[in-house]
Ligand binder design. Structure first.
Ligand code: SF4
Ligand code: SF4
Length: 147
């Protein structure tokens, strides 16, 4: 990977390795979101997707995620630009797409994969799991429009 590539390249210019490394591992994009059918307003809940692994704070089946969870959105430069309004404000893909630097706690800046958790920015130990929350109670778990 080119040193500090996120400051020099656009999303489209990243290598596969750089693209994967850009994810900070916060897990926030794996929280379920609810859309108000009248206003189209999207809100985050504190409930993580059924495939989310609460021990690693990562997808529990990354390679099969689109088969197992059809609603999972594949991040590409196009989807990041199109959907960035609902993406977490700290998301590294959103930051690069908007021309910002990564936060000082990003693992690419610290060299430590745990720094995102130590900074309290991830959902590690801070979310509930989809299997534990009845669907008709999801609304009670709305936390914010953006996180
Ligand atoms: S919100 Fe962005 S940086 Fe965080 S886990 Fe999702 S894709 Fe990675
Ligand atoms: S399928 Fe995996 S990557 Fe997609 S939202 Fe669920 S836990 Fe996250």
């Amino acid at each position: 990977m080119e040193p500090e590539f996120w400051r020099k390249k656009t999303l489209e210019q990243l290598s596969h390795e750089e693209w994967e490394a850009l994810c900070d591992g916060c897990g926030k994009c794996c929280l379920l979101k609810l859309e108000d059918c009248d206003t189209n307003k999207v809100s985050y809940t504190n409930v993580a997707c059924r495939l989310f692994d609460p021990e690693t704070c990562r997808c529990g089946s990354y390679d099969l995620r689109f088969q197992l969870v059809p609603q999972c959105v594949q991040l590409t430069p196009e989807t990041v630009r199109r959907e960035k309004e609902w993406m977490p404000r700290t998301c590294a893909y959103r930051l690069v797409a908007e021309g910002y630097d990564l936060y000082p706690w990003h693992p690419l800046r610290t060299g430590d994969a745990n720094s995102v958790h130590e900074a309290g920015v991830s959902i590690l130990n801070q979310c509930e799991l989809e299997f534990d929350v009845p669907e008709d109670e999801l609304e009670d778990h709305i936390v914010a429009e953006t996180i």
